[in-house]
Write a protein that binds this ligand. Structure first.
Ligand SMILES: Cc1ncc(COP(=O)(O)O)c(C=O)c1O
Length: 163
């Protein structure tokens, strides 16, 4: 669900800093979502543009184009977000770092969240409105498959799984 707690503005705290202070607002936002029975909360910035979830970045798919909030919206520029952009570039899928409103999210074909903990998770409902046909989207599923492949390959390459 969309929460009332806004992301901390960049002129108050640089969003590139993954600081404990920032998480006070994000934890409050997560509690707000959980109290309403939602697993995750979507946070807007002070101008009302979509920023990010409490611990994840957001992407929408519309007419074959990926849109994700511009870093200037006050988001943490996550490494999983970066990997998804890399995958999209490799597949010649256009990516727009954009100023998105809730209307864009409600009317998207597909929406997914990205983060180190959650990896990539489809968002199938927001504020009691189904996204697309209310099921994980086709492109989302493809990106999840490719992401898992790349993470596993990188893990093997740097010896994470080596015995
Ligand atoms: C507020 C916030 N946005 C986005 C992310 C996703 O970042 P990453 O992909 O680097 O884990 C996180 C992860 O901790 C986060 O806390």
């Amino acid at each position: 669900m969309t929460v009332s707690t806004r992301v901390t503005p960049p002129d108050a705290l640089d969003p590139r800093i993954k600081s404990i202070g920032r998480y006070v607002a994000n934890i409050q936002a997560k509690m707000e979502a959980n109290r309403q029975g939602a697993g995750e909360g979507l946070m807007l910035n002070m101008q009302g543009y979509v920023a990010e979830a409490t611990g994840d970045n957001i992407f929408i798919v519309k007419d074959g184009v990926l849109h994700t909030p511009h870093p200037a919206c006050g988001i943490l520029k996550g490494i999983t977000r970066g990997t998804v952009i890399e995958i999209a570039h490799d597949w010649d899928i256009p990516v727009v770092e954009d100023w998105l409103t809730l209307h864009d999210v409600y009317t998207a074909d597909e929406v997914f969240l990205t983060g180190t903990a959650a990896e990539i998770i489809p968002m199938i409902e927001l504020d009691h409105r189904p996204i697309g046909d209310g099921k994980p989207g086709e492109l989302t599923e493809k990106i999840i498959g490719e992401f898992r492949q790349r993470v596993r390959e990188d893990g093997v390459r740097i010896g994470v799984h080596a015995r």
